[in-house]
Design a protein around this ligand. Structure first.
Ligand code: NAP
Length: 282
């Protein structure tokens, strides 16, 4: 049975570390890092995500603001708010909660955020399979790398399989693994013989959004398994993309769902805000 990578405990420790860092920053630079989240409309899931971000930002002592805009907000009105925040020296990170209402063009809005305040990490990843120097990485991919590193195993030289080539997780996490000098394979819906490929992987990151994409018979003994997927199983319970019971038998390390990548994602948003702040004060 592999060891569980406990994302909840790891993120709790990280929040405490960051809280102490923020106190130190305040003494050293005379102000705390500022994070502003903009939410347009009433999407219930987005409201929950934004509330969690705000709670955790406050917990570490950030100057946290949420700007709530009505569903009928025009794109120009939203761009005006972003422009004001771009110019505000007390704001280090700006996050526009997605999805935005259909009459607003998501890409235009994302592109309007100043690259040095882009805590979602979209700008850093723009140039394909490279990460722009000096910009932060997207939160969920960064969370995956952080979780792998907590095992103490080296990433360099390992065969890492990323299942899923989505823009938010699969592609950026493959880029980060390449930067860590892993040998990376990316699988997707047209991949043949996923099992055969998976059995040669030292690290598997599953980011598909379907239960049981990876099962125990596809796992190399001792592999590190990071499960990004969030699904509802037939029993109605939350589950990931990896069949936890069978895969944990073979794995060296495995993240649970819930309690793995999920809690780490917001912790990485706060980390990204601190990193943007350091870019501003230094
Ligand atoms: P996405 O953009 O829809 O990407 C899904 C990918 O899975 C696609 O590249 C698709 O391949 C691939 N795929 C579909 N069926 C497959 C199969 N049978 N075998 C191999 N690959 C297959 O999704 P996403 O936004 O990356 O999200 C993926 C999952 O992560 C979702 O469950 C989402 O809820 C979860 N997520 C979790 C967090 C977190 O904080 N824990 C954050 C973000 C997302 P094609 O490209 O060929 O269609």
């Amino acid at each position: 049975m592999g060891s569980i990578i406990d994302g909840k405990a790891i993120s709790t420790a990280l929040y405490e570390e960051m809280r102490q860092e923020v106190e130190q920053f305040d003494k050293q630079y005379g102000r705390r890092p500022g994070l502003t989240v903009i939410i347009v409309g009433e999407d219930p899931a987005s409201q929950v995500y934004v509330r969690n971000k705000e709670i955790n930002a406050r917990k570490v002592g950030l100057v946290s603001e949420v700007i709530r805009m009505p569903e009928e907000t025009t794109q120009d009105e939203l761009l005006e708010v972003i422009a004001r925040l771009n110019a505000d020296t007390a704001v280090d990170g700006i996050l526009v909660q997605l999805p935005v209402p259909r009459h607003i063009d998501k890409d235009t809005v994302i592109a309007a955020v100043a690259p040095d305040k882009d805590v979602d990490g979209f700008f850093g990843m723009k140039s394909g399979f490279t990460m722009k120097q000096g910009y932060v990485a997207p939160c969920t991919p960064r969370a995956c790398i952080h979780l792998i590193k907590t095992t103490g195993e080296a990433i360099e030289g390992k065969h890492a399989l990323v299942v899923g080539r989505g823009e938010l997780v699969g592609k950026p996490v493959a880029t980060l693994l390449l930067n860590e000098n892993a040998t990376v394979t990316i699988a997707h819906s047209r991949t043949r013989n996923l099992g055969e490929i998976a059995r040669t992987a030292d690290i598997i990151i599953a980011a598909v959004g379907r239960p049981n994409i990876i099962t125990g018979d596809m796992v190399k003994p001792g592999a590190i398994l990071i499960d990004v997927g969030i699904n509802r199983g037939v029993d109605g319970k939350l589950c990931g993309d990896i069949d936890f019971a069978s895969a944990a038998e073979k794995a060296g390390w495995i993240t649970p769902v819930p309690g793995g990548v999920g809690p780490m994602t917001i912790a990485m948003l706060i980390r990204n805000t601190l990193d943007c702040y350091l870019g501003h004060v230094s």
